[in-house]
Design a protein around this ligand. Structure first.
Ligand code: ATP
Length: 219
């Protein structure tokens, strides 16, 4: 990934990528920035600026070459490589995420679950083996796990985050409401579903137009 692209741009890449994959599958060869803008709901100036961080990818009067862009974004997003992901906390939310087929869009595989509940440790949930939390470090090593989805209750979360950091994890997708201080080489992406829902309710209740709410996905 290019180092100096803005965070907001980086967050839009999967959106572009998903739509380009769709176009590719539909046999479409090129797309204008206006069409792309309508489809992904990002204004065309922003799209042009985003793309400019990767060099001049569009041609005036031609638009964008779908296959070229798809190939480019796939590489940028490391789609050619299988990323090994684990999930800690196989409760309701954890199970839902295990069931969610990330591979439809990304080369992501959840290869292991971790929990402390004796009823599920040692079982296979949604096709994924569940290990005891005691085996966390060993399995991270053995399976070369790079990313962990964290869906444990918040009381046990910070201790687990410390262990993940010490075991060389590169990224944490954090579904707990807590925010963690981690070293620079570890990236934490926070997903606060309650917050998102409450924000939506707030916008609806205060009758604001939805011009702003796209932002929440991109910030
Ligand atoms: P949620 O919908 O948030 O997953 P839940 O009711 O399924 O809620 P929680 O109490 O939030 O359950 O716990 C989520 C999962 O995390 C459970 O499967 C629980 O056994 C597991 N868990 C709790 N503490 C730990 C821990 N220290 N390490 C690993 N897993 C844990």
């Amino acid at each position: 990934m290019h180092k100096d692209i803005p965070r907001a741009t980086a967050k839009r890449l999967p959106i572009y990528h998903r739509y380009l994959r769709f176009l590719h599958n539909a046999g479409k060869k090129r797309i204008s920035s206006t069409e792309l803008s309508d489809a992904v709901k990002v204004d065309s100036a922003t799209i042009r600026r985003d793309f400019s961080y990767f060099g001049a990818l569009g041609k005036r009067g031609y638009g964008y070459d779908v296959d070229y862009l798809l190939d480019f974004f796939s590489k940028t997003l490391n789609q050619d490589r299988l990323t090994s992901v684990a999930l800690v906390g196989v409760g309701h939310l954890g199970n839902a995420l295990l069931n969610y087929n990330f591979r439809k869009n990304n080369n992501v595989r959840i290869g292991a679950g971790f929990d402390i509940n004796p009823d599920i440790v040692g079982t296979i949930q949604s096709g994924v083996p569940v290990y005891h939390l005691d085996d966390l470090e060993e399995q991270i090593q053995q399976q070369a796990i790079e990313i962990v989805i964290l869906t444990v209750p918040q009381a046990s979360a910070s201790e687990i985050v410390d262990r993940l950091v010490n075991s060389g994890i590169k990224g944490i997708l954090n579904f707990t409401p807590l925010r963690y201080d981690v070293p620079k080489h570890v990236r934490v992406q926070n997903v606060d579903l309650t917050n998102e829902l409450q924000t939506l309710i707030y916008f609806i209740d205060s009758n604001m137009d939805d011009g702003d709410d796209l932002e929440s996905e991109f910030n």
